[in-house]
Design a protein around this ligand. Structure first.
Ligand SMILES: [Zn+2]
Length: 88
């Protein structure tokens, strides 16, 4: 299960553009900050966020986020993407 979304951004109080990463993997089973993840930006500008816990099972917990420009840093968001508000 691969979920392709457009990357969401916010601008902080200092004007820095921040890309928002989903707080949970695609199945919603794991909190990425706790279970571990890898984030890779492809040459096509797609940010691939892979759940470390899911890659050890048969579930594909990757998010594919189509970026729309540079960001100075990244942070997790529980609300920017679908499926990330699960309480499981
Ligand atoms: Zn996962």
């Amino acid at each position: 299960m691969v979920s392709m979304c457009t990357a969401q951004y916010r601008v902080d109080g200092l004007g820095a553009r921040i890309v928002l990463l989903p707080a949970r993997c695609v199945p919603g089973e794991h909190v990425l900050a706790a279970s571990g993840y890898t984030a890779t930006l492809t040459a096509e500008g797609v940010l691939c966020v892979a759940c470390s816990a899911c890659t050890t099972s048969d579930v594909d917990g990757r998010w594919l986020l189509a970026t729309t420009g540079e960001a100075s840093r990244a942070e997790f968001s529980a609300t920017a993407y679908p499926n990330t508000t699960s309480t499981r």
